[in-house]
Design a protein around this ligand. Structure first.
Ligand code: UDP
Length: 331
């Protein structure tokens, strides 16, 4: 297949590109603006196989059109997006433009230039703040984002679905990611966000002395130890879900899939695991709740397990934390 990947220099995109290159089955073109992705990541990916790289921001619609016109892709995997929930509240238009408008343009160009398959990075944030008795969350659960980031992704989902309804040649898989973490085993690529806001990399940085303490955002939730529970999925398993989605689209029709393991861990359990794998007893402080954090978020993953050939290999918090720690030491 002739595949375009947007946002390939980012955390999840780069892991997907690595797996695609290793499969040696496809002709790969990747684009990234390097606004949040890294040139170094593209260089590292080049050691896994050859692909075409184009430095391009999706907001430059004429240039993006030239690329779609020139290369005649049959599949697009679309990662490029702005990702910070807090920033999306302060600057919502950035999210509606970068995420929603640029996705609409990309889908429009896919339809114009005959791209038949589209795989989209969505998020559990589309579910908003579901109550704990809804867990694990099924894909048909009510969607009700509570911030512009989640809204920008949900609107993008709708645009993709509407485009597919109007054009029977155009099929999609929307993957709703739960809490991705860890790094691939050879540690050639991993997570680099600036600023970092996610629990596992922040705890790992604390274990390594790069931060002097970690805050637990609330220990008065209605969970077994009072801290929030999340469904942490290893990045390589999330990446392989995209490969399964590609294969799924070869034979089947458009679908939305949750990507998680179907069970979760509390903030305290994550901290304890990182203390164990690092051997460091770092400082932990309980602070107030972070706005918009549901007590529990767990994916019901039965649909992706049943409908696709996806077989997660790293459903293991210790492995996730170990690879996150080793990556942080190395980078
Ligand atoms: N969290 C925390 N301290 C931090 C960062 C996160 O206690 O410094 C908690 C957060 O409240 C949530 C969980 O860790 O319950 C996962 O947060 P993260 O930002 O990694 O992902 P999210 O679930 O928000 O997508």
């Amino acid at each position: 297949m002739n595949i375009l990947i947007t946002g390939a220099a980012g955390y999840i995109g780069s892991h997907v590109v690595k797996q695609l290159l290793e499969s040696k089955k496809h002709n790969i073109t990747v684009i990234d603006s390097f606004k949040t992705g890294f040139k170094e990541t593209i260089k590292t990916l080049q050691s896994f196989g050859s692909f075409k790289f184009i430095e391009q921001d999706l907001s430059q619609w004429d240039e993006v059109e030239s690329i779609l016109k020139k290369y005649q892709f049959d599949t697009v995997i679309h990662f490029a997006a702005s990702l910070l929930v807090g920033e999306s509240v302060e600057n919502p238009l950035k999210y509606y433009v970068n995420n929603t408008c640029n996705t609409a343009n990309l889908v429009n160009l896919c339809n114009k230039y005959g791209v038949k398959k589209f795989i989209f990075s969505s998020t559990a944030a589309v579910y908003g703040e579901p109550s704990s008795n809804k867990m694990p969350l099924v894909e048909t659960e009510f969607t009700s984002p509570i911030n512009p980031y989640g809204n920008s992704k949900l609107m993008s989902e709708q645009i993709i679905k509407d485009a597919a309804s109007a054009n029977k040649e155009f099929k999609y898989v929307i993957l709703r990611y739960f809490n991705v973490a860890g790094a691939e085993e050879s540690l050639s690529i991993g997570e680099c966000h600036d600023p970092e806001t996610h629990l596992i990399p922040l705890v790992v940085q604390t274990a390594l002395g790069k931060r002097n303490k970690i805050f637990i955002f609330g220990d008065d939730y209605d969970t077994f130890d009072g801290t929030c529970i999340r469904d942490y999925i290893h990045v390589d398993d999330l990446a392989s879900a995209h490969i399964s989605a590609l294969e799924y689209l070869e034979k089947k029709n458009s679908e939305v899939f949750n990507c998680g393991y179907g069970h979760g861990f509390s903030v305290k359990e994550v901290i304890d695991m990182i203390k164990k794998v690092s051997g460091v007893d770092f400082k932990v402080e309980v602070s107030s709740r972070r706005e918009g954090d549901p007590a529990i978020l767990i994916a019901d993953n039965k649909k992706i397990l049943k409908e696709t050939n996806w077989k997660p290999k790293h459903d293991n918090l210790e492995f996730i934390c170990k690879t996150a720690l080793e990556w942080e030491k190395k980078r």
